[in-house]
Ligand binder design. Structure first.
Ligand code: NAD
Length: 278
């Protein structure tokens, strides 16, 4: 199974499909990540706030997979944007992961009421230059946040990881990011199971036409849009299913029908609004 890689704006590349471990309990993470690595995943998305970086690290160490074949992302939590806290935070994450560096380090949320996300991103530039992370990016940033980090630091994040699924496509953020060479990572790519995505006719019909599951049709839609995805499951059969999305292609008409599922008034959002997280 070859997972396609996308090039980032800093010249590094990222596997377009990975495995996210949000809400995987700390004591189950080593087993879950080991299982994902065995099945063929090479890109793992974690975060300091998930509390499971040790488990990710234990699975990496046990796997014997060469470090340069893995792509590991972790994230700076909201209460550590100020001063030199990002330096301490990445050191703690690396210690837990048992790694000398990560492939991608993200500012997890902009926390706009605190107005310290530009500083946090500027610190990430230093961490990248010090070799502690290869690439740097942001998460949950809206257009005004992206505009400020680019204008005030002179560096364009490599990715913006945002809530994105058929009912919530954030086209303004995607368009701005795409124009500026920022890759989009879709979090909650399956809508976190919070609405009946799989029963939606556009999804169910596309799945039936290609003899795949609705989850596979949705993941295929993300991939064909050029988004990076890392769906979460702890079940081996679903991990296999979610990786098996490179043997079919949705037609333009099928893509357009899924594109049209966003009510466009923001009502399809299943997670927090970035302006409300501080
Ligand atoms: P998701 O959309 O991946 O949904 C996960 C749910 O879908 C789980 O309940 C799982 O049981 C179910 N599922 C998975 N595969 C399935 C399949 N083949 N068939 C049927 N159901 C299936 O949501 P998520 O886990 O929130 O998002 C993926 C990753 O994104 C996370 O693990 C995390 O790494 C990242 N994330 C980032 C942020 C952020 O703020 N940056 C927020 C949430 C998630």
């Amino acid at each position: 199974m070859t997972i396609p890689a996308l090039e980032l704006n800093d010249g590094h590349s990222i596997p377009q499909l990975g495995y996210g471990v949000f809400k995987v309990p700390a004591d189950e993470t080593e087993r879950a990540v080991s299982q994902a690595l065995e099945i063929g995943y090479r890109h793992i998305d974690t975060a300091a706030i998930y509390g499971n970086e040790e488990g990710v690290g234990a699975a990496i160490a046990a796997s014997g997979i060469p470090r340069d074949e893995l792509f590991i992302t972790t994230k700076l939590w909201n209460d550590r944007h100020h001063g030199d806290e990002p330096n301490a935070a990445i050191a703690e994450s690396l210690e837990k992961l048992g790694l000398e560096n990560v492939d991608l380090y993200l500012v997890h949320w902009p926390t706009p009421a605190k107005d310290d996300y530009v500083h946090a991103f500027a610190k990430l530039i230093e961490l990248r230059d010090a070799g502690l992370t290869r690439s740097i990016g942001v998460s949950n940033f809206l257009v005004p946040h992206l505009e400020r980090v680019v204008a005030e630091t002179g560096v364009t994040p490599a990715v913006n990881q945002i809530e994105l699924h058929p009912a919530y496509q954030q086209r303004d953020v995607v368009d701005w990011a795409t124009e500026h060479g920022i890759r989009i990572e879709s979090w909650g790519p399956l809508g976190q199971g919070k609405y009946d995505l799989f029963g939606t006719p556009a999804i169910a019909e596309a799945a039936a036409a290609h003899d795949v599951t609705p989850a596979q049709a949705v993941l295929r839609w993300h991939l064909q849009k050029g988004f990076i995805v890392f769906p979460k499951s702890v079940r081996a059969e679903r991990l296999r299913e979610n990786l098996d999305v490179f043997g079919f292609e949705l037609t333009d008409a099928e893509m357009a029908k899924i594109d049209a599922l966003d009510p466009l008034d923001g009502s399809g959002r299943v997670g927090s609004h970035p302006d409300d997280v501080n």
